[in-house]
Write a protein that binds this ligand. Structure first.
Ligand code: PAF
Length: 281
């Protein structure tokens, strides 16, 4: 497993495999790898001859009062977790390599980013769209795999990939959930103490019932108020959003219609963590 720290080294590798007619799948991450990330790697391995995992805690997608400094960084432990999977490489650039002096560009995706995490975290998706475009262009990957836990992020990345003709095949991977509790795995779960974890475990159960209520034709406002109350009772301090939206356009949905795929989305804060989850209705 090679470790690439520069764009030039990653490019040289990509050119070498391309010359041999081989394909590359990129799995972009911010590190603190867990089973969910490893499931993305396995999916990538099914698609391409070579897999590279990028590990970069991207400063531009964190707001001024967010957890950029506290975000777990454990590159040695991450590399050890990846070793048994026999991937071709890890791309771990420095901030200066990604944003050299004079860097002045920003990619902003309209529409899709006005709601959900885009509304709660201004500027977040500009940071994501910019860094992911860079990673796709730097690696010239044939495929890139992203988790569906960040569903809105996945739609934003699909949009930017199409709009800028990056021509990467963007693959969404199903949310990896704890087998017993159903909690969606996240690097931010590391912030939870035992009591908070017990509360967090209830989030997916409440969201599932919310999706079921909407599917069964419940009055939207009543179903939302009911689920909100349950989330607060479970121990969460604040709900950023709890909503039903069309799966692709992310337009608000207040009446379920089986012809239009839609999903329920939640972001809620507990202790130092802000947890998100989503599922199909
Ligand atoms: O989902 C993430 O971990 C990040 O947002 C990503 C896609 C690696 C971009 O920094």
């Amino acid at each position: 497993m090679q470790i690439f720290q520069t764009v030039a080294a990653l490019r040289a590798f990509q050119q070498d495999i391309r010359a041999k007619g081989q394909t590359l799948a990129l799995v972009p991450t911010m590190g603190a790898l867990h089973e969910g990330h490893l499931s993305l790697v396995k999916l990538a391995q099914d698609k391409a001859d070579h897999v590279v995992v990028s590990i970069f805690v991207n400063p531009t997608q964190f707001g001024p009062n967010e957890d950029f400094d506290a975000y777990p960084r454990m590159i040695e432990a991450d590399t050890l977790k990846l070793k048994p999977l026999k991937i071709s490489g890890v791309f771990a650039p420095s901030v200066a390599e990604m944003y050299p002096k004079g860097f002045a560009s920003n990619i902003s995706v309209r529409g899709l980013t006005d709601c959900l995490c885009g509304a709660a975290r201004p500027g977040h998706f500009d940071g994501v769209a910019t860094v992911v475009s860079k990673l796709l262009l730097q690696s010239r990957a044939d495929f890139a795999v992203f988790g569906e836990k960040d569903w809105q992020q996945l739609q934003v990345i699909r949009r930017v990939n199409a709009d800028l003709n990056i021509d990467c095949d963007i693959i969404g991977a199903p949310i990896y959930r704890d087998a017993e509790t159903g909690l969606a795995l996240s690097s931010r779960n590391a912030y939870l103490d035992a009591a908070e974890l017990r509360s967090a475990n209830q989030l997916n159960v409440i969201l599932k019932q919310y999706a079921q209520d909407i599917r069964d034709g419940a009055e939207y406002d009543i179903a939302t108020a009911d689920a909100t109350q349950k989330i607060i009772k479970a121990g969460f301090q604040k709900i950023d959003y709890l909503e039903c939206r069309e799966a692709e356009s992310l337009k608000a949905v207040h009446h379920f219609d089986a012809k239009t795929p839609c999903r329920v989305f939640v972001a809620a804060k507990i202790g130092k963590a802000r947890l998100i989850d989503n599922m199909a209705v």
